[in-house]
Design a protein around this ligand. Structure first.
Ligand code: C5P
Length: 212
């Protein structure tokens, strides 16, 4: 079984993905880490974020063990990831890795922006996780503050809007809900309630599949 979880930044998609992967015993790939690591590696080696050929070659030879989780999770890494992820050669360099993961024997769960539309359009279950931008920003802001980042809430709202715009309007694999995805709106939900809702949605899709 392949489960594809896409959605907007700080919508709760990452937590939902981890919890569903554990529930169903599926290996999980957080595909955002690939774009974040590509961007961080470029910044470390002073490669301009518009040098598509060099960025693609960085993406093709990534070793995620070279990166600390804390450096991948910063707001700057997210922003830079969103810039490099708009480059078609970077997406191409990361495609096979993700596709092979999706096709693992025994199934897989991947989360990102284009899993249900590009990486695994054949997924058994697709979720699109979203929430109001103010709510998402507040969650992200708390996370950043806890990590010692002094950014203001207004600035985080602005950054998320920018990121949504860039992710949804790029020409190659824009972030969008697949036609057959189930929407999970987490605006007014605690993380526990959001996970339960996502789990119920997956169960409903599987039950429908089993009847046909
Ligand atoms: O999900 P996360 O915030 O870690 O992703 C960072 C950035 O990587 C996103 O804003 C998006 O631009 C890019 N991304 C993508 N396709 C994916 C996963 C992430 O373009 N499948």
């Amino acid at each position: 079984m392949i489960i594809a979880i896409d959605g907007t930044t700080a919508s709760g998609k990452g937590t939902i993905a981890k919890r569903l992967a554990a529930w169903y015993g599926l290996p999980h790939m957080d595909t955002g880490r690939l774009y974040r690591a590509t961007a961080i590696a470029a910044l470390k080696h002073s490669v301009p974020l518009n040098d598509e050929a060099r960025l693609a070659s960085i993406a093709a030879s990534l070793d995620l063990d070279d990166f600390e989780e804390s450096e991948l999770r910063t707001a700057d890494a997210g922003k830079a990831a969103s810039v490099v992820s708009a480059l078609p050669l970077v997406r191409k360099a990361l495609f096979e890795l993700q596709r092979a993961f999706a096709l693992r024997e025994g199934g897989a769960l991947l989360d990102g922006r284009d899993i249900g539309t590009v990486i695994a359009p054949d997924a058994d279950v697709k979720l699109w996780v979203d929430a109001a931008v103010e709510q998402r920003a507040e969650r992200r802001w708390k996370e950043l503050r806890a990590n010692g980042d002094g950014v203001t809430l207004d600035r985080v709202i602005e950054q998320l809007r920018e990121r949504d715009m860039r992710d949804q309007n790029r020409a190659d694999a824009p972030a969008k809900m697949a036609a057959d995805a189930v929407l999970i709106d987490t605006t007014d939900l605690t993380i526990e309630a959001a996970v339960e809702k996502a789990l119920a949605a997956v169960e409903a899709v599987l039950a429908r599949g089993n009847r046909t």
